[in-house]
Write a new protein. Structure first.
Length: 220
């Protein structure tokens, strides 16, 4: 299985965003956390900022929408040119409809679930999505501690992916370090969002390669 490392620019220096985007040129994607201070208690970027990041980034964007009213706002991020747009299961009553709209606009469609949200209702819908994001912290802020208790969701998703015969990426986000990435990779994750463990490192490109190597050595 491929390993994808997506540094979260939530941990970048917002004033030196162009510099920090260049530091992650060896990553697979730049993970962009869009928060509206309603769905989560934090406020980050909006469409204009994401459009500038899209124009500046050396790697494609993996946009994670932690916002309300995703049915209205998510398609715009696909139109900006984001490679992947992930919305929260808890923010829409029609996840399949929205995923189809995103795919029609040229983006990969991702579905995210908070730590307390069961994955069971979405297992049969797996072919409708390109990526499932299992949050390993409560969404809202960077630098939180990884929650191993959500690993069974990944195991369920691996089994469902096999059953459906689809290539859905399984992503984890929150508290990812060289220790916790091993746990997530063993449970079946293949796409990893890391914030402070990348941007807080002395050598950012080395930190990305280290995470990649550990994840690859723990995949089945």
């Amino acid at each position: 299985m491929a390993v994808r490392i997506n540094p979260s620019i939530l941990s970048a220096d917002f004033v030196n965003m162009e510099r920090d985007l260049q530091l992650i040129a060896n990553a697979d994607f730049a993970h962009v956390d869009v928060m509206d201070n309603h769905f989560v208690p934090n406020l980050t970027f909006g469409p204009q900022m994401v459009e500038r990041i899209q124009a500046t980034s050396l790697v494609p964007l993996d946009v994670h929408l932690m916002i309300e009213d995703v049915d209205r706002w998510a398609p715009g991020y696909a139109e900006i040119g984001a490679f992947s747009v992930t919305f929260h299961a808890e923010a829409t009553d029609k996840p399949v409809d929205l995923a189809r709209v995103l795919r029609a606009r040229g983006a990969r469609a991702g579905l995210a679930v908070k730590p307390g949200t069961p994955i069971d209702d979405y297992l049969d819908l797996l072919p409708e999505f390109d990526q499932i994001l299992v949050m390993t912290v409560e969404p809202g802020f960077g630098g939180q501690k990884f929650m191993p208790l959500v690993m069974p969701k990944l195991e369920q998703l691996v089994a469902a992916r096999k059953r459906h015969g689809v290539d859905v990426w399984l992503q984890v986000d929150g508290g990812i370090t060289t220790e916790t990435i091993a746990v997530a990779a063993e449970a079946g994750a293949d796409t990893f969002v890391a914030g402070s463990s990348v941007f807080g490192a002395e050598n950012v490109p080395d930190a990305i390669e280290q995470l990649r190597a550990v994840a690859a050595s723990h995949q089945h």
